[in-house]
Write a protein that binds this ligand. Sequence first.
Ligand code: NAP
Length: 317
Amino acid sequence: MTGNRIVVTGASSFIGRHLMPYLVQNGYTRLVAVTRSAGKIESIDPSLELAEGDILDPVFLLGLLNTDDVLINLLHIPKGSSEHYQNDNFRVAENLMASARSNRPKLILHCSTTEVVGRTMESSVTEQTTCHPINDYQKLKLAIEHRLLDFSKETGIPVAILRLSEVFGPGGRGLNSIIQTLAQGSRINNLWKTFILGNRRTHYIHISKVLSAFYQVMHLDSRDSPLSLIVADDVPDNHYRRVAREILESYGKKGCLSPVSVPNAIVKLYFRFFKYSLDCSYTISGGKMAEVGVSFSTTFRQDLRSYLDWYKVNAGK
Ligand SMILES: NC(=O)c1ccc[n+]([C@@H]2O[C@H](COP(=O)([O-])OP(=O)(O)OC[C@H]3O[C@@H](n4cnc5c(N)ncnc54)[C@H](OP(=O)(O)O)[C@@H]3O)[C@@H](O)[C@H]2O)c1
C-alpha cells in the first residue's frame, strides 16, 4: 500500500497537518495535498505534491485522482465560512464521488464524527446505535456518510468512514478550553466544577491515535466494504475527573480537585428528565476497532500528559 498515491482533501486542516508528515514518516512518498491555498501547506513538508484549487469546482477534482489512489477526505466547510453550508458540503461529496466514479481509486477514507449519533438514551454508543442528529453539523455529516456508503455499494469502490470523537493534540482546539478554565480557575471554582462535572464522560482522543487508526484502516487485509468505524478512546478513565486531575497536577494545583462528585446516575436522571442528549453519560465504544484489528500503543493518561507538556510550552505562541 505504501506504493499507492494518497490524495488528501482538507490537507491544511488540523488533522491533515499531522497526517501528512505521519504518512511520509511511514513510508509514503507520493502524497498529494489538496488545498485552496498552497501557502498553508508548504510549511508542513516540502516533499508534498500540491494541488491548489477549489474543490467545489467539479472539473478540478475530476483531473486529480488516478486509479489505485487512496483518497482521504478531511474536508469540512464550516458553517461560518459559507452562506450555503449544506449545499457546499454536499457538492464537495458529489464532486469527490464523480471523480472517484471516473478514476476508480483503491479506497476512499472519509472523516466523520461520533456526533452524528445526536440525541440518544443509550449508555454505550456503537456503530449500530440509531442516530438522531439534532443540529445542522450532525445532520449533514450523517447524510454525507449515507451517500458515500450507498455510492460504495453501487460502484464497488471501497469506502471507509471513520467517525472521530473529540481530537486533541498540538495545533488543535480539543481540550484547550478545559485546560484554560482549570489552570486559571480559583480553588473554589475548580472544586465546584470537579464536584459537578467529575463523573461526566469525556470523549477525547489524541491525534496520534487518530493517525494510527487511519494508517491501520488503510492496511486492513480484508475490509468490510463499506466499513464504518468509530475511532474513540473508550477507556474507563476518559472522564472529566481524570482529565481535570492531570491538568491540575500539571499546573501544581492538586488541592483543587473535589474529593467527591455528583453521581452519574443523578446527572443521567436530570438529562433524561429533560429528554436531552446523554452526552455527559454515554460511552463511545471503539469495540469494532479491536474487532477489525486496530489497536493503540499509548494509554489515555500518557496522551494527556504529553499534550499538557506541549501545551504549557506552546500555548499562546
Ligand atoms: N477536530 C476534531 O476534533 C474532529 C472531530 C470529529 C470529526 N472531525 C472531522 O475531521 C475532519 C477534519 O477536521 P479538522 O478539525 O482537522 O478540520 P479543520 O481544521 O477545521 O479544517 C477543515 C479544512 O476544510 C477546508 N475548508 C474550510 N473551509 C472551506 C471552504 N469554504 N471551501 C473549501 N475548503 C474549505 C480547509 O482547507 P483549505 O483552506 O486548505 O482549502 C481546512 O483545511 C472534518 O471532516 C471534521 O468534521 C474532526
